[in-house]
Design a protein around this ligand. Structure first.
Ligand SMILES: C[S@@+](CC[C@H](N)C(=O)[O-])C[C@H]1O[C@@H](n2cnc3c(N)ncnc32)[C@H](O)[C@@H]1O
Length: 340
């Protein structure tokens, strides 16, 4: 098969159809244990939860046991581990810098929704509910868009006022903004996101759906005009449908990942399927993921990582199955699970 846009390339493997898990990564030669086979450095949409924003470097995700980092960008609400990281982050284009400042102003000015903890037992919205929610704000979104380009009737002003006054989701907004910015900057990056496996029901609850719709309206009301063309319901919905089955947690490194800072999508890393007996270790190094074989792999074998965290790996087959089904939506078809 032709490699999808953004798929990983390596002298050691190729992306191909797997028997029971869509596309996967297959060794093209014998690979000895301990071989570094790939580094994913293509982080796209991501979010560091607000509660960690002062402690985790916005550029390289460095973390020092909960200490507040000294380098701060108060205007945009980010912190950095070194002046070099701050400088590198701030060397981004002016639209990006203005967009983050606009969102930070909004978050500080508005009351926030409760921490976005998901009720695990809440019903996942289905296709009809999702469609209705987005359809329901189409007119308002149009009015806000028109207001941003100079139209100022009572109706326009009311639509903007309503959009702004909705409770702000301090972690949904940055995820959506990050998606908008990636789409704005590069069509190749956006094609890589589009090529990923998609989940048509990405919202965990009706509340989460509502907060995504509200965040979209917030962005329309405050982002720099240059971004409005790509600030669409399709952009923010697309990114969530891809994020849902492809994002990796961004966790602390020193304590077996006990601190969950946030999550992000690295399209090239998303072609590795899961196995409960993985042959590849995935490790975060700064804002990249490094993939190394854990044992000898024969040519033609699939290269798999684990999607389970430390303690989850010790669960029984049923426990692992339930966990993977709940978090990732699939019935694990790996050799270890099939081999009963
Ligand atoms: C990050 S993607 C991996 C690449 C994906 N197979 C594709 O075609 O794009 C995760 C998705 O792959 C599938 N998958 C990964 N590991 C699997 C496994 N062990 N058993 C069944 N499906 C799996 C599931 O559909 C899961 O939601």
């Amino acid at each position: 098969m032709d490699p999808p846009p953004g798929a990983p390339t390596s002298p050691y493997f190729a992306v191909a159809k797997s028997e029971s898990a869509g596309r996967g990564v297959f060794a093209t030669c014998d690979i000895p244990a301990g071989t570094h086979v790939f580094t994913a450095n293509d982080l796209t949409a991501h979010v560091i939860q607000r509660e960690y924003r002062r402690e985790v470097c916005a550029l390289c995700f460095a973390y020092d046991r909960g200490k507040n980092l000294k380098q701060r960008d108060a205007l945009r609400g980010f912190a950095f581990c070194t002046p070099a990281c701050e400088q590198a982050w701030k060397s981004q284009d002016g639209v990006t810098l203005r967009a983050w400042a606009a969102v930070e102003r909004l978050v500080r000015a508005r009351s926030r929704e409760d921490a976005e903890l998901v009720d695990a037992d809440a019903a996942r919205p289905g296709g009809a509910e999702i469609k209705a929610a987005w359809h329901g704000v189409r007119n308002q979104a149009l009015l806000v868009r028109e207001a941003r380009t100079g139209m100022s009737t009572k109706m326009h002003r009311k639509a903007v006022q309503q959009a702004i006054s909705n409770p702000v989701s301090a972690d949904t907004l940055p995820l959506q903004l990050s998606a908008v910015l990636h789409r704005y900057r590069s069509s190749a990056v956006w094609s890589a996101v589009l090529a990923l496996a998609s989940n048509a029901r990405p919202y965990n609850s009706t509340e989460e759906l509502r907060s995504h719709v509200n965040s979209y309206l917030h962005l329309l009301a405050v982002l720099p005009e240059e971004l409005l063309e790509v600030t669409t319901a399709e952009t923010v919905l697309t990114v969530l449908t891809r994020d849902s089955h492809n994002s990796f947690g961004i966790r602390s490194l020193e304590d077996d990942g006990a601190e969950f800072f946030g999550y992000g999508v690295w399209p090239s890393a998303s072609y590795f399927n899961h196995s409960c007996a993985p042959n590849v270790l995935k490790q975060r190094v700064g804002s990249t993921w490094v993939f190394t074989t854990e044992r000898d792999v024969e040519a033609g074998s699939e290269l798999c990582i684990t999607y389970l965290s430390g303690e989850e790996r010790a669960l029984s087959r049923n426990g692992r199955m339930t966990r993977l089904k709940k978090a990732w939506g699939f019935e694990c078809a790996c050799e270890r699970c099939a081999d009963i």
